[in-house]
Each structure stands twice: as structure tokens, then as C-alpha cells.
Design a protein around this ligand. Structure first.
Ligand code: HEC
Length: 128
């Protein structure tokens, strides 16, 4: 009898360790990180704020003049609203904003700084 006790104790300790390892670690690793939640992304929020201020009048709704021009340009092959596009590249957004296109005006660095423009470009092209 005496000889069994340490082994039973060891087996129990092993089970407890497994339970902690499986129960404590595996479910945690499948949880999404709170840092990846879009609503909590301050850079994205800042990009959106600049977009709303400088671009929203023309691009914020499907009936804005920018959206209508894009609708005409691509004949519906791409979404008219910029925020719904998944093909935009940050460099293209920056180029268009600094140089203008058609009746879209260009924006100077005193209006939209390079840092703010980078945030807008990242906001419109989040997967790039
Ligand atoms: C006065 C209205 C107006 C404002 C303000 C405006 N845009 Fe535009 N934007 C347009 C028009 C019109 C076009 C379409 C030009 C064309 O026919 O190619 C356009 C096109 C674009 C395109 C190119 C889309 C493509 O597929 O070629 C991008 C990117 C863009 N705008 C980004 C912005 C951003 C970012 C801002 C704010 C910093 C902004 N625009 C502000 C009117 C505007």
C-alpha cells in the first residue's frame, strides 16, 4: 500500500498539469487579440476623421459628386463609394490627393499633412 501512494500522487499531479495546460492555454490562444479590433484602432479612427473632414462631401455617400464621377468612370464595375473599395493602394490615394483628378482638387500639405494623408491612405486601403 505504501508503495502506491507516491505514484498515485504523481499521476494526479500530471493530470492537474495537463488540465491547466489544455484548459488554461488552448482556449486563450484562440481568442482574438483585443488590439486587432477595428473599433479600437486609433490610426484608423484618425484616418476616418480626416476623410470625413476633407473627402466626405464628395465621397462620403453614393450621391456625392465624387461617388457619382467614380460610378460613371467604372460603370458600376467598382463600388462608387471609396470606403467600399478593396483595390485602392495607398500610393495611388496619395498621388490623387496631392495632384487632383478631373474636378477633384489637389490638397496641399498645409491642408492635409503627410502624416494625415498616410492615415487617410491606410484607412482607404487597409489591406495593402
Ligand atoms: C470636390 C469633390 C471631391 C473632393 C473634396 C475629393 N474628391 Fe476624390 N474624387 C473626386 C472626383 C470627381 C473623382 C473622380 C475623378 C475621375 O473621374 O477620375 C475623385 C477621385 C478620387 C480617387 C480616385 C478613384 C479612382 O478609382 O481612380 C481617389 C483615390 C480619391 N478621389 C480620393 C479622395 C480623397 C482621399 C479625398 C480627401 C482628401 C478626396 N478624394 C476629396 C472628387 C472629390
Amino acid at each position: 500500500m505504501k508503495g502506491l501512494r507516491p505514484r498515485r500522487g504523481l499521476a494526479f499531479a500530471g493530470c492537474a498539469f495537463l488540465a491547466i495546460a489544455l484548459g488554461g492555454c488552448v482556449p486563450l490562444s484562440t481568442q482574438p487579440s483585443p488590439h486587432s479590433a477595428p473599433a479600437a484602432d486609433p490610426a484608423r479612427a484618425a484616418g476616418r476623421k480626416t476623410f470625413d473632414k476633407w473627402c466626405g462631401d464628395c465621397h462620403g455617400t453614393p450621391s456625392g459628386p465624387g461617388s457619382l464621377a467614380i460610378q460613371r468612370k467604372y460603370r458600376g464595375a467598382l463600388p462608387a463609394v471609396l470606403e467600399q473599395r478593396s483595390d485602392l493602394r495607398p500610393e495611388y490615394v496619395k498621388l490623387v490627393v496631392r495632384h487632383g483628378i478631373s474636378f477633384m482638387p489637389s490638397f496641399r500639405k498645409t491642408e492635409i499633412s503627410d502624416a494625415d494623408l498616410a492615415l487617410v491612405a491606410a484607412y482607404l486601403a487597409p489591406s495593402q
